[in-house]
Ligand binder design. Structure first.
Ligand code: NAI
Length: 359
């Protein structure tokens, strides 16, 4: 947590800090950019109880995550800027009234921000928020939503992996490739299934017994191992982080046998400089914010009344974008992270110019 709560306030357009008068719960909405369109991004519910200054940590989180959404949405080709919100409360204490109050806060922004789910907010919560806010997406099919976004997140990651494997290993199929998956939850589990269906050898780890049982049932050919160390040390072609952030430490970057790293987890690199370590070793790191956009593509389609099939086609587009980013990285001698950021910024710059610099 930074000493200065505003340290992450770079070039954000707007940060709204409010309090629900009934419960006293603080809420933060950070709009990083609306150049490409209304800011789109999830709402996180967390008390930040483990942080020395919980509310400052919440501001910092909202601002950092909003900025990341600007990049993700731009690369995904969406006409949306980046925004993110935090409701500063322990999710176990949430009430429908609090969610409705939050919906009213989002409504007060008049469409500048469209909210969806993030850690601590479920599809059922979004259904409640939508009662007071029409700028809500990621709802249940019963409420006109497209359901679990992990389905298309896995599709996008697979597409990004296919491009990374083609560029790095010169292979246009997963047949016979070895892939290690860390985290076999909603995204990782589906990815494991896609990969085994495509003929890859998959080795996986998840500490959760239910997740392991599900995989053993759906994809029995996945080799489950007992520890994180074991899955990270496995001789594989591809490593796919699909659990928490920060998995790729300096030590792992120096030692991983994998030639490609590509997964859905947000903020995979423990520090930015690790992108250089990986590039120097010839390991292709497909940036998380480039390949994990299938979910936001799905909720963007839902918001305009599109279908899951339309969203799926768009999520497959991660393949072409990843090829373009990796080619740019190679041509310009920069890391894929830098190339992806430049691609995202180029699109925003062009749009800003087309709008006459008024946004
Ligand atoms: P999930 O909660 O369904 O799955 C995460 C899995 O990781 C769980 O099964 C958990 O037991 C496991 N896990 C926890 N600690 C672990 C460890 N040390 N080693 C291995 N496994 C561990 O979450 P989901 O939806 O599959 O998301 C996975 C990642 O992808 C998260 O970082 C999420 O932020 C990111 N993501 C997800 C999107 C989505 O649409 N679900 C969209 C974009 C990013």
């Amino acid at each position: 947590m930074p000493d200065d709560p505003w340290a992450d306030f770079h070039d954000h357009e707007r940060v709204v800090v409010a309090r629900d008068p009934e419960s006293g719960v603080a809420m933060v909405i950070a709009l990083h950019s609306t150049v490409l369109g209304p800011a789109l991004g999830g709402t996180r519910m967390n008390a930040y109880a483990d942080q020395p200054v919980p509310r400052a940590a919440a501001y910092a989180d909202a601002m950092r995550l909003a900025r990341a959404m600007t990049y993700k949405n731009s690369l995904a080709g969406l006409d949306h800027g980046g925004g993110k919100a935090v409701i500063v409360v322990d999710p176990s204490t949430r009430t429908p009234d609090l969610l409705r109050a939050y919906g009213r806060l989002v409504s007060s922004l008049d469409g500048a921000y469209i909210t969806a789910g993030d850690v601590g907010i479920s599809i059922a919560d979004l259904d409640v928020i939508s009662e007071t806010c029409r700028w809500t997406t990621g709802r249940s099919p019963e409420r006109g939503g497209l359901g679990d976004s992990a389905i298309l997140t896995a599709v996008g990651v697979l597409a990004g992996m296919r491009a990374s494997v083609a560029v790095t290993l010169g292979r246009d199929t997963f047949e016979g490739l070895c892939v290690a998956i860390v985290g076999l939850g909603k995204v990782g589990g589906r990815l494991a299934q896609h990969l085994t269906d495509a003929g890859a050898d998959v080795i996986g780890f998840d500490p959760d017994a239910d997740a392991r049982a599900r995989i053993a049932d759906i994809s029995p050919s996945v080799r489950l191992v007992d520890s994180l160390e074991e899955v990270l040390a496995a001789e594989v072609d591809v490593l796919s982080p699909n659990a928490l952030g920060g998995l790729i430490t300096a030590d792992l970057a120096e030692g991983t046998p994998a030639r490609v790293i590509c997964g859905a987890a947000n903020n995979q690199l423990a520090s930015p400089g690790i992108a250089d370590v990986l590039a120097a070793r010839g390991v292709t790191y497909a940036p998380d914010f480039l390949v994990n956009s299938g979910g936001v593509i799905q909720i963007a389609q839902e918001f305009i009344g599109g279908t899951l099939e339309q969203a799926r086609v768009q999520a497959e587009g991660v393949f072409a974008t990843t090829l373009r980013v990796l080619e740019r990285a190679s041509t310009e001698g920069v890391t894929p992270v830098t190339a992806a950021e430049q691609e995202a910024e180029d699109r925003i710059r062009h749009r800003r110019a087309a709008l006459g610099g008024v946004v």
